[in-house]
Ligand binder design. Structure first.
Ligand SMILES: [Zn+2]
Length: 455
């Protein structure tokens, strides 16, 4: 009976997938949803690929998943991947059923599955990952994610003890995940050990998870990312097994130390969040047995997908497109910090405000650190979208002079307020649901740069 139910679920999923593709529709969610509705143990009924990798954590899942996919493919592996689709149970089921036979046997060698943290309980008990990579656990959309302790609790409850975990040593919420899992690999950054934000702005872990004593930071890069130890017991941040020890922006290289050996890799992007993503990937791929040459060649051939980061020139305007996830205070603060630190003294930022924000609470603006935007190198800030006035208020509270700020409710009209005599370096920040609108803004900027006619 079990087998018949599974077979019907698989057949229904495959027919739905075929039909949606025939109609040219998005087929990354519904086939899996139908399969799981017919057989709730559908994932357990599959014979998964030989290696199953789960990619999870608040920020960087899609970047890590895409790069992992690309590096494995460039080394000749066959890979099942859901990073362009849904990362909840139905999305995972869709990706796997698409690359399985009717009896549920995987056709590919490796599954790279991006997994939404909150979906852990619906996935890991049925499909046991061989590896789990988690780059950070940060506060995210409050309405959906509650607090980081809640997210850790869910992952810990769902994850099998046999999974090898690849964790960020510099994020104590992440580093203490899956305490019962014996095989643990840590990665981190062994460069620029400074308190980046001066007084601590926002920390998601303050007390020792062992004894409840106050944690003392040795240094913190941002939020709770850094190294800490407990004053009362011997608890401290774990030492990274893989650590970035050097970053050479001029030569686009970075160095990773492992077991006393330093090896160099191609630097795709120097945003600190991405440095953690890269180091985690190297730790994972090395643990899987890939050689330095295989990983390093893979990095050299890869890039971050253009929907997340892009840089181009039009006339005398330099346009940088940077994804900046809404409802996600840390991801946004990282983007602000990145723009502030980029070279140049005449920067403008255009925020392509999320239209969906209109129905969401703007409270997360106050969890994000807007004070980076007060950097003197940024001389124009344009907030667009339905929440532009809330953003204006938040920016004012962060000490940004009001004469630098402009607002407009149309998410695609930010360029109308831009003074290109004042700024030549334009940064467009947008959420994952606003890629289309951000591209419209980009087209307008390209036209302005090329001819200066239409704003
Ligand atoms: Zn302690």
């Amino acid at each position: 009976m079990k087998k018949i139910r599974f077979f019907i679920a698989m057949l229904a999923g495959k027919i739905t997938l075929f039909g949606l593709k025939l109609l040219g529709r998005n087929a990354t969610f519904l086939p899996g949803k139908i399969a799981v509705a017919i057989d709730k143990n559908f994932l357990a009924g599959l014979t998964p690929p030989k290696t199953v990798i789960a990619v999870t954590g608040t920020n960087g899942k899609t970047t890590v998943s895409n790069l992992l996919n690309s590096i494995l493919l460039s080394n000749g592996y066959s890979v099942t991947n859901n990073s362009l689709g849904s990362n909840v149970q139905a999305g995972v089921a869709t990706a796997l059923l698409e690359d399985s036979t009717l009896t549920g046997k995987a056709k590919k060698e490796i599954a790279v599955l991006e997994v939404d943290e909150r979906s852990s309980l619906r996935i890991y008990p049925y499909l046991k990952p061989d590896y789990l990579i988690c780059n950070n656990i940060m506060r995210d959309s409050l309405a959906r994610n509650a607090h980081t302790e809640f997210i850790s609790f869910i992952i810990n409850k769902a994850l099998p003890k046999s999974t090898k975990v690849i964790l960020n040593a510099d994020d104590l919420v992440c580093a203490t995940l899956a305490p019962g899992n014996q095989e643990r690999i840590y990665f981190g950054l062994d460069v620029d050990k400074i308190h980046e934000e001066g007084p601590l702005y926002l920390q998601d872990i303050v007390y020792c998870p062992h004894c409840g004593g106050l944690l003392t930071p040795e240094y913190l890069r941002y939020n709770h990312i850094g190294r800490m130890h407990c004053e009362k017991c011997d608890f401290r941040s774990p030492e990274p097994d893989f650590a970035i020890t050097e970053i050479n922006k001029d030569e686009n290289k970075f160095t990773v130390m492992h077991n006393g050996i330093s090896e160099s890799y191609y630097l795709i992007n120097d945003n600190i969040v991405n440095l953690y993503n890269f180091c985690g990937l190297i730790a994972l791929l090395s643990t899987m047995g890939l050689s330095h040459k295989q990983i390093s060649d893979g990095f050299a051939k890869s890039k971050i997908v253009k929907t997340r980061y892009d840089k181009l020139q039009s006339g005398d305007l330099t346009i940088t497109m940077q994804l900046s996830k809404g409802q996600n205070p840390t991801a946004c603060a990282r983007c602000f910090s990145y723009v502030a630190k980029c070279p140049g003294n005449n920067k403008a930022i255009i925020f392509v405000g999320d239209d969906f924000e209109a129905s969401e609470s703007p409270c997360w603006f106050y969890d994000s650190n807007y004070s980076y935007l007060a950097d003197p190198s940024i001389n124009q800030i344009i907030f667009s979208g339905p929440r532009c006035m809330d953003q204006y208020l938040r920016a004012q509270m962060a000490g940004i002079p009001t004469d630098k700020i402009r607002t407009i409710t149309d998410s695609t009209a930010g360029t109308e307020l831009l003074d290109t005599q004042l700024s030549k370096d334009i940064y467009v920040l947008y959420g994952p649901y606003m890629v289309k609108q951000a591209n419209l803004v980009k087209e307008k900027l390209i036209a302005i740069g090329a001819g200066g006619e239409d704003k």
